[in-house]
Design a protein. Structure first.
Length: 382
């Protein structure tokens, strides 16, 4: 047991009497909580107290059974019983570690980029603000994905660690808790409404003392999304859309309840695999996809190919589709950061309004004549 950890354990033990002596005060505070209403997200709740917030993560990962509670200090003069909360978040955390690129734009938009001190696999980050800090040696590389260096993470002594539940990072939660490092679960990917994922910026805002700023940012994104959705709502003839790509002889397409399928629907497209229920990816064989979508007008989301010829070289069967033959194939994978990170996977969760506008521009260009696509690009022949 190292010295720093022993010190934290001693301090925690000394603080226990004060925790219990404030039990009655805490009970009164909890009874006075006011829930902050969310519009789209179902995975978390925020409650406002006197000088603190309580955040409950209800759907941090699929099939979560019990809510996980976090106490966020906002200048409160006492702390709660640690047994009732998974972590105690200090007021205005200055040293933050993230584990998913989707969380990076939250710090950018909340003017907190300077607080990021660690991230697993820095090459995945596209954010210009964060890349400047990386180039200046101000953000520690914690390793690759789920193999993040947990010892180095603890050595950095962060005020807050945000764990993505998409992958194996959850294994680190108990280790961080024992080390006295406040760590929280971010389950934004479980949300399937596009604005539901974007609304998780309020989660980050509540954790960092920037809730009002997060609310204003979300409301602006929401307004842009709803305006674009309304623009495409009266479309009569909806063009047919093929999605997905082959991987090891399996064609993966978004389920009809998924985030991606909902965006296609909102953009006025007729998604040809709407019978594939669920929020994940359906696995189909090539013959079925060809029969169903050979005449699709558009092919959207065609993996990481530079052009149509490269795509055909990867699998000559792609040339059987009408959308391929007419050059109506679009991808989001060509917009990359300087070290190869895909901006779509970094910014897309927070900015579904940009994705929606891109899709409307593709499917109904007459509705977005002056708009320049942000994520999606049309594949050239070569």
């Amino acid at each position: 047991m190292n010295f720093r950890f022993r010190l934290k354990l001693i301090l925690f033990t000394l603080l226990l009497p004060s925790f219990f002596s404030c039990g009655e005060k805490e009970k009164d505070d909890i009874q006075d909580l006011k829930e902050i209403q969310l519009s789209y997200s179902t995975g978390f709740s925020i409650f406002q107290g006197d000088g603190f917030k309580i955040i409950e993560v209800k759907k941090g990962y699929p099939n979560q059974k019990t809510p996980i509670r976090y106490w966020v200090n906002e200048g409160h003069d006492h702390l709660p019983n640690i047994g009732d909360f998974e972590a105690l978040i200090p007021a205005f955390p200055q040293k933050i570690i993230l584990t998913s690129t989707t969380q990076v734009p939250h710090l950018d938009y909340l003017d907190l980029s300077q607080n990021l001190i660690g991230f697993p696999n820095l090459d995945l980050i596209s954010s210009e603000k964060t890349r400047d800090r990386i180039e200046n040696g101000m953000v520690e590389d914690l390793g690759s994905g789920a193999q993040a260096n947990i010892e180095r993470m603890i050595d950095l002594e962060p005020d807050l660690v945000v764990i993505s539940t998409l992958g194996e990072d959850m294994r680190n939660l108990e280790i961080l808790k024992k080390a006295g490092i406040p760590a929280v679960l971010n389950g934004e990917y479980v949300e399937q409404h596009p604005l539901g994922r974007a609304e998780w910026i309020k989660f980050t805002g509540a954790l960092t003392g920037k809730y009002e700023e997060a609310l204003a940012i979300f409301e602006e994104i929401e307004a842009a999304y709803l305006q674009a959705e309304q623009l495409a709502s009266d479309i009569g003839q909806k063009p047919t859309v093929l999605s997905g790509i082959m991987y090891k002889d399996i064609w993966y397409v978004p389920g009809s309840d998924s985030w991606g399928a909902r965006l296609l629907e909102a953009a006025g497209g007729q998604y040809l695999f709407e019978e594939q229920k669920g929020s994940g990816s359906a696995q189909l064989n090539f013959e079925y996809v060809l029969e169903k979508a050979q005449d699709a007008a558009f092919w959207i989301g065609a993996a990481d190919h530079a052009n149509l010829q490269e795509m055909k070289n990867a699998d000559p069967r792609y040339a059987h589709f009408s959308s391929f033959q007419h050059g109506n194939v679009y991808t989001y994978s060509q917009k990359k950061g300087p070290t190869g990170g895909l901006e779509y996977f970094e910014l897309g969760y927070l900015r579904p309004d940009l994705i929606l506008k891109d899709l409307i521009k593709i499917l109904h260009p007459e509705l977005m004549e002056d708009y320049q696509s942000y994520f999606y690009q049309k594949l050239d022949e070569a």
